[in-house]
Design a protein around this ligand. Structure first.
Ligand code: PLP
Length: 440
């Protein structure tokens, strides 16, 4: 056997090599075709092989591919920041460009702490997050993430940030119904702030719809309005981690636009370049920037590849493509169709406990039976069985987690490119249905 040089996700498994992609399909080097039912890691939202994006790449490369951020700005980076200010609501007008969702969250954390330093409140450093969340793999972002599998090896490096429960209606700890609960679970944030002391808390961070750690857990009506109110009353910033949900995935530019509350800082990634270049962004409101502009005048973050013109040009081309093809509307409409079809499948399939989500970000939680909602034993490895079986059947879906503590239950995310057509949607459901029927 040939020796290996590339570190792959699991060193003991043989991985398929991709040859090329077109539209919602990927093809491996053996010629097998896969329907990309999760846009990779919920990233490739405009599908594969879009010519316009390739043209934008080449055009920018002819001008300039790299400048160092502290020496020059570029038309591409400034154009992208302007476009994002136009697309995002409220006073979310300032963009800090980075290269990954984790970096966007790290920058959001630092900006929140710095905001209070500029206001002469240096004790406000704690960031409260929700258990069952994933904010990234770097140490700061991981310390906010309630994802046991990714944390346990590095526990000693992780900051002990306070955590609260997510709005997990399928397994509501209060036994309430989303239609009448009045978002009681937000009370946990009040309690956490009281315990730590508001004068020590800089921010609360949440994924509007939970991704990798909760299979599209979606809050009940009124949840974010209450969160916003609690943050305001306690002088705490609200950070929305829209790395997975942002840029059309749920049917709007920001998922937070579905609710009557806006964040002070937003992290974007994934769909921002739809996978065509490594780019992510921290969007900061005028409110947060003002004391920084009047104070130290710089945000203490940044990477060599921050504001890279090549990545910025690609991202800008992706945003234009999304707008031109009305992909926010498509996500919303196709999402409704897919949701209905998956609910139909749920009626016939005992192990599908819950179908949830928004737009084209849909989570499926598996249970042993729908009445008891009992999760499968961990040793059964249901999630990885489903993923592998789906792959054999030519369908790619994304692993997620479920269960009250997160990681105890089985779940997946279905999140195809927003460009998927009706025929391809039906094919997705048919391949998923076949996969579930074949799981022993
Ligand atoms: N935040 C959320 C909500 C995510 O889903 C992810 C990645 O899955 C991240 C942050 C981290 O992004 P990245 O993997 O680009 O560092």
């Amino acid at each position: 056997m040939e020796r290996e040089y590339l570190i792959k996700p699991m060193l003991d498994e043989s991985y398929k090599k991709v040859s090329h992609g077109q539209g919602v399909y990927l093809y491996d080097t053996a010629g097998k075709k896969y329907l990309d039912g999760s846009s990779g890691a919920v990233t490739c939202s405009i599908g594969h092989g879009v010519g316009e994006i390739v043209e934008a790449m080449v055009e920018q490369a002819r001008e300039v591919s790299f400048v160092y951020r502290s020496q020059f700005s570029s038309y591409a980076a400034e154009g992208l920041a302007k476009k994002l200010a136009e697309m995002t609501p409220g006073d979310l007008n300032w963009t800090f460009l980075v290269n990954s969702g984790s970096e966007a969250i790290e920058t959001a954390m630092k900006t929140a702490i710095q905001y209070y330093q500029e206001k002469n409140m240096p004790k406000k450093t704690k960031i409260i997050s929700r258990w069952m969340s994933y904010h990234g793999i770097t140490i700061g972002a991981l310390s906010l993430s309630g994802y046991p599998e990714r944390r346990f090896r590095f526990q000693q490096l992780l900051e002990a940030n306070p955590v609260v429960s997510p709005a997990y209606c399928y397994r509501c700890p209060y036994g309430l119904k989303p239609s009448s609960c009045k978002a009681k679970c937000t009370g946990e944030l009040e309690t956490a702030i009281r315990r730590v002391g508001a004068d020590h808390v800089a921010a609360f961070v949440a994924e509007p719809v939970v991704g990798a750690a909760g299979a599209a857990i979606t809050p009940p009506e009124g949840y974010y309005e209450k969160i916003r109110d609690i943050c305001d009353r306690n002088d705490i910033l609200f950070i929305a981690d829209e790395v997975m949900t942002g840029i059309g995935r749920t049917g709007k530019t920001l998922a937070m636009e579905h609710w009557g509350a806006l964040p002070d800082i937003v992290a974007l990634g994934k769909g921002l370049s739809a996978g065509y270049a490594p780019v992510a962004a921290t969007i900061i409101s005028d409110k947060v920037m003002r004391p920084i502009q009047q104070g130290s005048k710089l945000i203490m973050s940044g990477h060599t590849y921050s504001a890279n013109p090549q990545s910025a040009a690609v991202s800008l081309a992706v945003l234009h493509y999304i707008e031109k093809n009305q992909l926010n509307t498509a996500a919303s409409e196709k999402g409704k169709t897919l949701f209905k079809q998956l609910q139909k499948l749920q009626k016939k399939t005992e192990i599908i406990g819950d179908v949830r989500g928004k737009g084209l970000l849909i989570g499926i939680e598996f249970v042993m039976d729908q009445t008891s909602k009992q999760p499968f034993p961990k040793s059964y490895n249901l999630t990885s069985r489903v993923i592998k079986k789906a792959q054999q059947n030519g369908l790619l879906v994304y692993p997620s987690a479920a269960g009250i503590e997160g990681g105890d239950g089985d779940a997946i995310l279905i999140a195809p490119p927003l460009t998927i057509n009706d025929e391809e949607l039906s094919e997705l459901v048919q391949l998923f249905s076949k996969t579930i029927a074949e799981i022993e």
